[in-house]
Write a protein that binds this ligand. Structure first.
Ligand code: NAI
Ligand code: 15L
Length: 277
């Protein structure tokens, strides 16, 4: 996929949406090595631009702004959007309209590769007793999960119809460290997250791919064998944090829906707050 700029970096210009968020902040530094210019976008504050960065504040729901945002980019890492369950009208604007605007702009501007931050919540209503591969049926656990399933489906359409390649990252729980017993199973370290994005941008041909974003944790609900062609090899695991959650059996109390299903508290449909990063 890399096209090699005149400076020898793999990409001329990359676009990062959601650049002001938890994972966007982690990725910004890494992208400097991969592209001459990184266009960073968010509706939230973006801070100071580094010398290789272009700041592009925008609401993903604003079609014209997104059209400009995507102009002259070689590839897109799309992290922007609401990252937890929320009222439908909010999700509709940020995650559904926003993702549609991005793909439409990619089509019009001839962008050929997108890395889409999907979520484990696309399959969160599968029980914790199942091990899923990347072809498992979507069973969203929340309206948020439904919007990520929409993004996966939309990107499939844009590949089949227009040839835009996408890697959908069904990210587990990517924070500085696991915050609870469930995250011992779903933990994705920041270092492994960056490596997964690197593999997704640099693999030669990905067509339309789905991969679970998870570190090499001792217990896992997900099997990435069908995405092995991406070359993703996690280096971290949740082991160093296991002692913090002694009652950590991932299926401790199956009578409790938040423990019975992979999506954890998302299945309850209760108002939620983002875990602190
Ligand atoms: P985050 O909530 O910290 O970052 C998302 C960013 O998107 C925020 O900076 C927010 O301002 C921006 N955003 C929201 N609505 C927008 C709009 N209408 N227009 C422009 N920007 C908008 O979330 P985080 O943790 O950085 O996650 C990044 C992506 O990865 C999200 O799409 C999330 O759904 C997904 N993900 C993250 C996981 C994690 O464990 N961190 C797990 C699974 C998926
Ligand atoms: C997600 O999709 C969210 O974006 C993140 O904040 C976490 O809640 C994560 O899933 C998780 O499942 O822990």
């Amino acid at each position: 996929m890399p096209q090699h700029s005149s400076s020898g970096k793999p990409f001329g210009r990359l676009l990062l949406t959601g650049a002001g968020g938890n994972l966007g902040r982690q990725l910004r530094g890494a992208l400097a090595d991969w592209a001459d210019t990184v266009r960073v976008s968010d509706i939230a504050p973006l801070g100071e631009a580094a010398p290789h960065e272009e700041l592009c504040p925008a609401d993903l729901a604003d079609r014209e702004a997104v059209m400009k945002m995507v102009q002259d980019v070689d590839a897109i890492v799309h992290l922007g959007g609401i990252s937890i369950d929320a009222p439908f009208d909010d999700l509709l604007e940020a995650n559904i309209r926003g993702t549609y605007n991005l793909y439409e702009a990619a089509r019009k501007h001839g962008v050929k590769r997108v890395v889409f931050a999907s979520s484990n919540h696309v399959t969160g209503f599968h029980p914790v007793t199942s091990v899923l591969d990347t072809d498992a049926a979507p069973r969203p656990d929340s309206l948020y999960g439904v919007t990520k399933s929409f993004g996966e489906s939309l990107s499939r359409y844009y590949y089949d119809r227009f040839g835009i390649e996408t890697v959908c990252l069904r990210i587990g729980s990517s924070f500085d460290e696991p915050k609870n017993a469930r995250m011992l199973v779903t933990f994705l370290s920041y270092r492994d997250f960056i490596e997964l994005v690197r593999c997704s941008l640099f693999a030669n041909r990905v067509a339309h791919a789905v991969v679970y974003g998870v570190s090499d944790n001792p217990a896992s609900w997900w099997n990435n064998a069908k995405a092995a062609f991406l070359g993703y090899r996690p280096r971290d695991s949740s082991v160093p944090y296991a002692q913090r959650f002694p009652a950590a059996a991932p299926h401790a109390d199956l009578a409790d829906p938040a423990q019975r299903f992979q999506g954890g508290p998302f299945v309850l449909g209760e108002p939620m707050e983002k875990a602190a990063s």
